[in-house]
Design a protein around this ligand. Sequence first.
Ligand code: LLP
Length: 435
Amino acid sequence: MPLRQKRRGERNVGELGVTAGELVKLAESYGTPLFVTSEKRLLDNYSRLRDAFGKHYDDVVVRYAIKANSNPAIIKTLANRGAWMDASSPAEVEFALAAGSDKKRIMFSPNYVPRAELEQALDMGLVINFDSIGQFSALAKVGRPQCVSFRLNHGFGKGEFPGTTLSGPDSKFGIPDSRIVEAYRLAKEEGVKRFGMHMMCGSNVLEPEYFAAITSRILDTAGRLKSELDIVPEFIDIGGGFGVPYRPGEVPLDIEKAAQLVSREFMEKSARYGLGKPQLVIEPGRYLVADTTVLLGTVTEVKSYEKRFVGIDAGMNVLIRPALYGAYHQVVAVTKPDAPLTIKADVVGEICENTDAIARGIMLPEVTAGEDVLAVMNAGAYGYSMSSSYNGRLRPAEVMVTTNGKPVLIRRRETFRDLMSTVVLEDIGTRAKRE
Ligand code: LLP
């Protein structure tokens, strides 16, 4: 059953293909806080990105960075369309497998993990993307991966925030250019025959030229591997980082242009260095999922003393980006989509931390506790996947509105029983009594 008939003139909220009225109805049926994801937008994002690159180069793989949104229903939707997967933990590998991904299409890309996790990936036959020479050496003591990739940190990164700049001298990731040949030499000496290359320099970048610049750098390194070690990588993964506009009026990333510039650089330098035709891998998280999803929260209180605070039942425990990075998320009152924006307020959550805000100093219509529902836009990337149960708050439910307009529950709301499921109490009481 579709949600309901759209009334004439009703507008969709963001890129969702769902109206404000439909979101209110979902909030009523499933409760809040609630993530609502549009399957259509997810599929559109995937096709747009894949086609943009596929137009210029015929061996392109889109490897979805599961960390952005690890709901297996999202992974399954993308895997069904042909997406490969980038997993940073054993659980993310399991999510991908549960969603029907083929092992051959999953790359394990860990950093600072115990050797046991590397061994597990080795046993499963996954491609491993090593973050350091030490990681590789440790694993080489017990076995040899068939295909080895190293993460390059070529000293240049760009992110929306210092916390999302993932390459450069201060970044904990990867192997610097000065040591990268040594890494591949070691792998070659250990008998590895198949190689890949990887980098991930920054997140939420909106300038197409940046992607060409980093592609140029990794290709130069590939050239050195060829000339110094006679290694030709099967794939070159330029990472993710493709940005989306969060602020109204922000210019979106010109993905067509990014794809064109990257492919041109990729082909030119592959030819120059005699690399043949390596697979071009892109590793997006945010671009695929961010604008597919809104987070719905009900207004719990409006407090107006010296300053006005609008409290909702979805705070930093559900969406930590504003508290952690100062990230901006647009907020829309879906119960009053056409009302004038007459109040200025901080939208805050229920958590006992003063950093617990979803938005600061934004304009909203007059809202009432217990009645109005706010939608936090662009909540699909690094929302649920970074959520916590801090203050004993239960994680929200997630609903996907399918392409035929039907809402489907893809994750139920957490319960108190879930929070208690890992707790062991029995031994405490008995011992205390005995002592
Ligand atoms: N590949 C690797 C190895 C990564 O570490 C990441 C993100 C990606 C791909 C995907 O990056 P994306 O396309 O989503 O930019 N929590 C931050 C973003 C941190 C990104 C961490 N790595 C945020 O909420 O903005």
